[in-house]
Design a protein around this ligand. Structure first.
Ligand code: FPP
Length: 243
């Protein structure tokens, strides 16, 4: 009698592109009677954990909503705290990201960022440009409506100059004028903290993304929470409008 080999079911591949709305830093701090700045600091720890986990799992793209175009409405001290964390991350952690073959990209309107942050972004992108592992996309001063408006403006300009036939404008034309023109659309968008909104994040690119809303606050997000979100995603049947 021949023994039957144990059946091996390959684990489904991870999504190619995960995008995360990191929400709940303030509530995490409030529950502990701590200043909001400490919530954001713990949020930066969750960024480190998530970047490592995604790199190890073989995810190709991870986009993090680090600062929205609406975040300027927060009190100046909080905006300063968030910008300091970003500066710290770009100054002190990009060498490590580079050693781990991570390519860093930034999407968003850079014109309102301070010169030193723009310089750090440019240096980080240049240093990691040829890496072939995880692409970490930081959305900084990013807003999807502004992104789509800028794309429409540019297409209109080209049409006026006779470079584009308005009748030939397709979804692909719009996609090619977005900040994400060379980044695949997200397969999975996770939002932490229980809120169920997209908050002006990747509105065009989210057309067929699976949305997973998790109750945990962003500073508590860890590998287990990521794996639970992936398990949820993997049970979904993606139809892209077909049957
Ligand atoms: C939302 O929490 C989070 C943000 C506005 C910013 C996210 C920033 C970080 C995670 C820290 C730094 C990032 C990097 C890439 C180093 P909230 O303040 O809106 O929370 P609340 O809704 O509970 O008040």
């Amino acid at each position: 009698m021949t023994a039957t080999a144990p059946s091996r079911v390959a684990a489904p591949p991870p999504p190619r592109h995960i995008a995360i709305i990191m929400d709940g830093n303030g509530r995490w701090a409030k529950r502990r009677l701590l200043p909001r700045a400490l919530g954001h600091r713990q949020g930066a720890e969750a960024v480190r954990r998530t970047v490592s986990a995604c790199g190890e799992m073989g995810v190709s793209y991870l986009t993090l909503y680090a600062f929205s175009s609406e975040n300027w409405k927060r009190p100046p001290e909080e905006v300063d705290d968030l910008m300091s964390l970003l500066r710290h991350y770009l100054r002190n952690e990009v060498a490590e990201l580079n050693a781990r073959n991570v390519r860093l990209r930034v999407i968003g309107d850079r014109t309102r960022l301070s010169d030193d942050v723009v310089a750090l972004v440019n240096e980080s992108e240049a240093l990691t440009a040829n890496n072939t592992g995880l692409t970490l996309v930081l959305a900084l001063n990013y807003g999807a409506q502004a992104e789509i408006t800028a794309a429409v403006r540019e297409i209109a300009r080209k049409a006026k100059a006779g470079l584009i036939d308005p009748e030939a404008v397709t979804e692909a034309t719009v996609a090619e004028h977005l900040l994400t023109r060379d980044i695949p659309d997200p397969d999975l968008i996770i939002r932490t903290s229980g809120e169920q909104r997209l908050s002006n994040f990747l509105l065009w690119q989210a057309a067929y993304a699976e949305l997973v809303f998790v109750p945990c606050l962003w500073p508590d997000f860890d590998r287990d929470a990521l794996e639970a979100a992936l398990a949820d995603y993997q049970q979904r049947e993606r139809r892209f409008g077909g049957r």
